[in-house]
Design a protein around this ligand. Structure first.
Ligand code: NAI
Ligand code: MG
Length: 328
């Protein structure tokens, strides 16, 4: 039996979480769910975007599922803080093309490994005279730790190349440390090919020759931007899952946000959330069931009979979730 925290959040976070729970209710494993609040609606109700109670529930569980939150003006981001509270320092974001989904290429298979604890996500901004300043700290410790994860993931996925993305021509000191740490840790992995690009060129190659990428390691903001770009490459944010991994905790969530433009209509694509559930099952070492879930998503997409509007269909979130469960 696994204790799972469910933090649905705002907007389509709640709609795709319903799909995730439906899937978990229909697989052959036992789960105990505990529910936590977070996000904009939570702030309206409780005066905080991330209540202590939610952190407590998350810390006590075997894994956490998070939907999405709407940002609250003047308030810290609950998901950034939750990742920090759980010290889930690596954000794993697979980008894959699927048969049956309109996409620029049909052979994309990239893992983006995003540093999750520092960089421009410090949420520390202050004023000095007539300037506003954002703090961007890069440490050797976090840079080495994230490179280590990237190389290990490369081996686990039976890939053989890791690309470091940075901007060390301009951010000479901070991204200098990030790049140096990558090559230093890389010495332990002589069998793995290594290269690096400036982020602007890396973004172009993502569109022009994504097949050149296998595993990408990047600092927090660059990893975030490249993962939405990657999602766009293979059919949109409805197909982009992620896992936040640390030494003690795992937190799984779609790459997308609360999508206010489509929220409340039950038309969000649940695949990114369901594929995040599959990543959670891998984390729990339930590999066989995880593979079943991934295969069922791929089959549903390939058949193309039931698909949400972002994929060109007219199915609802739950209709698509039911079709996926039906394939299992
Ligand atoms: P978004 O990711 O919510 O949406 C971007 C676009 O993708 C929208 O057109 C949306 O309709 C579409 N989209 C996203 N997920 C989809 C799905 N599952 N199915 C179909 N279409 C989907 O980003 P946006 O609009 O920039 O931000 C909205 C809110 O979400 C903001 O308040 C933002 O701060 C927050 N946000 C939260 C995140 C999180 O909770 N981890 C991540 C990104 C944004
Ligand atoms: Mg993002």
């Amino acid at each position: 039996m696994y204790n799972i925290s469910i933090i649905a959040g705002d907007g389509i976070g709640r709609e795709v979480m319903e799909a995730a729970e439906y899937l978990l209710d229909n697989i052959n494993l036992e789960f105990k769910f505990r529910y936590g609040e977070a996000g904009y609606d939570c702030y309206q109700k409780n005066g905080t975007t991330l209540p202590e109670e939610t952190i407590k529930i998350a810390k006590k569980s075997d894994a956490v599922l998070f939907g999405a939150n709407t940002s609250t003006p003047g308030q810290p981001s609950p998901i950034i803080n939750l990742r920090k509270e759980l010290d889930t320092y690596a954000n794993l974001r697979p980008i894959k093309s699927y048969k049956g989904v309109k996409s620029l290429y049909d052979d994309v298979d990239i893992l983006i490994v995003r540093e999750n604890t520092e960089g421009l996500y410090s949420q520390k901004e202050y004023e000095r005279e007539d300037s506003v300043i954002a703090e961007r700290i890069i440490t050797k410790k976090a840079s080495e730790r994230i490179s280590e994860i990237a190389f290990k993931q490369c081996i686990d996925l039976e890939k053989n190349k890791v690309t470091c993305v940075h901007k060390s021509n301009v951010l000479k000191k901070t991204d200098g440390v990030f790049k140096e740490s990558f090559y230093k840790i890389g010495e332990k992995y002589p069998e793995i090919e290594k290269n690096d690009f400036y982020v602007d060129a890396a973004a172009m190659y993502m569109v022009s020759q994504p097949q050149e990428y296998q595993v990408i390691v990047a600092s927090n903001l660059f990893g975030d931007i490249l993962s939405d770009e990657g999602a766009g490459l293979v059919g949109g944010l409805g197909l982009a899952p992620s896992g936040n991994i640390g030494d003690k905790h795992g937190l799984f969530e779609p790459v997308h946000g609360s999508a206010p433009d489509i929220a409340g209509r039950n038309i969000a694509n649940p695949c990114s959330m369901i594929l995040s559930v599959a990543m959670m099952l891998d984390y729990l070492k339930e590999f066989e069931i995880s593979n079943n879930v991934k295969d069922a998503v791929a089959k549903t997409l390939a058949k193309g009979e039931v698909k949400t509007p972002d994929l060109g269909g007219n199915a609802s979130t739950m209709e698509m979730a039911k079709a996926i469960v039906g394939e299992m």
